[in-house]
Write a protein that binds this ligand. Structure first.
Ligand SMILES: N[C@@H](CCC(=O)N[C@@H](CS)C(=O)NCC(=O)O)C(=O)O
Length: 223
């Protein structure tokens, strides 16, 4: 049985959305964000204590991009990425890696500047830099998506899931908009997919990916 370790409303949303899109059977293990040691098996599966992480028998996968590509390969009939060896697979590789190393990391100075400096007088400067970077990344996405329905080639793939999540986080920040009409249209298109819709409901997120049950982040009330 596949066990995704998750904190509802966090990066683990992408893993859950991919599992739902794949029609996978799984048992989610809730990790409490402030008591991560308590989730059975989590310290062994995720030495850095980060979500998402997946255990499937002897197989362990961490890192959102790796988890997404692994789910695509584990459930080939779901068509969440072109087959290994298909030239069309280059697009999901490219976008999953870009979201992992660029778009995901760009959020950190905005959400958690305290991880980057102890000088709280520097927080506003870091946040301003992050906004500029995110707007630039949004413009890159807008150009890439212009005239195409999905991010990678002609069809939906796991790359669309990670971008959906990372674009959706903008709704937690006032006056921040990534990209333009093409990014927005694709956000709506991905959000309407049945598996993504189920994952949103399970994580307590609305259609803008805004969380309505912060007290349930670890799947249980946070003390
Ligand atoms: N590079 C990792 C980052 C994952 C990540 O930052 N997860 C957050 C939740 S959104 C987390 O668990 N952070 C705890 C920490 O970094 O100590 C990935 O892409 O999976």
């Amino acid at each position: 049985m596949i066990e995704p370790f998750q904190i509802t409303g966090s990066s683990s949303f992408a893993a859950r959305a991919a599992l739902e899109e794949a029609g996978a059977e799984y048992v989610a293990v809730d990790v409490h964000p402030r008591r991560r040691e308590e989730a059975p098996g989590f310290p062994q599966v995720a030495p850095l204590r980060r979500v998402p992480a997946i255990r499937d028998g002897e197989v362990v996968v961490t890192e959102t991009g790796a988890v997404l590509l692994w789910i695509a390969d584990r459930f080939p009939d779901a068509g969440l990425a072109p087959a290994v060896g298909d030239p069309a697979r280059a697009d999901p590789y490219r976008w999953v890696m870009w979201t992992a190393n660029t778009l995901h990391t760009a959020w950190a100075p905005l959400f958690v500047p305290e991880l980057l400096t102890d000088e709280d007088t520097a927080f506003d400067g870091l946040r301003a830099k992050a906004r500029t970077a995110l707007e630039r990344h949004g413009d890159h996405l807008e150009r890439a998506l212009a005239g195409r329905e999905w991010l990678a080639g002609e069809r939906f793939s796991v790359a669309d899931i990670s971008v959906f999540m990372l674009v959706g986080w903008q709704h937690a920040i006032a006056d921040l908009v990534l990209g333009g009409p093409a990014v927005e249209a694709r956000f709506t298109r991905v959000g309407a997919r049945p598996g993504v819709t189920r994952a949103r409901a399970l994580d307590g997120l609305d259609d803008r990916l805004v969380r309505h049950d912060p007290h349930l982040r670890g799947g249980k009330p946070i003390a």
